[in-house]
Design a protein. Sequence first.
Length: 457
Amino acid sequence: MKTIFPLLFITAIILAACNGTNVTSTAEAISTQSSEKTQTAEPALETVSRLEVNDEALNGLGITVWIPWYGIESDLFNTFVNEFNAQNEWGIQVSVESQVNFSNMYESVTASLPKEEKPNLVMALPEHAQGWYADGAVTELTKYVEDPKYGIDSSDIPSAFWNQDLAGEARVAFPAQRTAQFLLWNETWAGELGFDSFPTSAEDFQDQSCGAQKSMRTDAFAENDALGGWLVNTDSMTAYSWMLTFGGGVLEEGNYRFLTPNNMNAFRFLRELSETSCTWQSTSADPLTSFANREALFIAASLTDLPGVARAFASANSTDKWSVMPFPGGENSAMTVYGSSYVILDSTDEKQLAAWLFVRWLTDNKQDARWVETTHLFPLRTSTLELLGDYEKTHPQWRQAVDLLPQAVLQPQLASWRTVKIMLGDGFAHMYRVNTPSGQVAAILAQMETMSKDLSK
């Protein structure tokens, strides 16, 4: 036993020594490889802005924002302002003031332009921005959008939103909110009338509208004989959409032009539908309720109407399926997109950049998704849809409208559209109010053209 123990002890020492040598060699090899990799790695390059504004100049900088909202939108925006003020890395501080509506906003901003005390950022309509830009009061945004450090990926924004804020090649504003005008169609009722798809042409629209009206005249209730087809809507966006579906519009070579063959065909078609009772009018009927109660197969609506339509169907205990569709015109089917934009007014380089950074943050996916869930409008970024999976499951008609964006059309990119669109709506309503015969619609369009030229001077 005495002889064996020393031998075992010596053997253990030798094995330990051998193992220790291997471990040390392996560790040294790894350390050497790591060192070599570290020495050959390229240093990260910091993206440099071309705007020539030092970050230090933004620290604690205050900017003023005017908004046209009250209620839910205003509350959410104020929440955003508080979050941005608390979180932004530059220490920028935003203060916000409500101007109640877009009309007051336009008047207040226009009055402030010659003064030192004016807002740095406003939410206004694109046509307002066009006018202020022509007056030399608006910051052109291309250099901010394309800046290597502070820019954004504009390819993520649908062209129908992105292009509205151009004045020639100049970017005079940035999309803030976008909605659209379209038609709603009662799919279940249409199926019972023998129609298995929504109309894709004016002729199909006429057939379905007249079919719905005929069903009213042949049922047991005399009081609904005047109802059935499209419940006429005389909003300017409705008139504009119908003109587009017939290949018309309000512009020709950059100038207003209403009296054209295509526009006459559009107005004549609509008046003939009225003369045959395939459309109907009412100053007292609520369109959403009429649609839910099967008094109208079609109504015109916008994104903000969709939650109200769903509630109307629930109140009517209706299980009918209803859908969003463009104004029917075959290849010219149209859905008119409109809404507000962020406009940065000229000030100092530092405040203009601060306003841009706030805009960029507001339109980030997370904030964009929250806007949608609160306002029910379009997401400004295509990538935001990835965050709205649950929302679209409970709002299928909203998703249908999103899917129609490839057919979306712009409004005229002119400052004068601010007043011309009001004239268009008034003229369209007048045509129905006085029951202009279908053969005399040219007179209405001629008056519109004359007035538009006066308004655009």
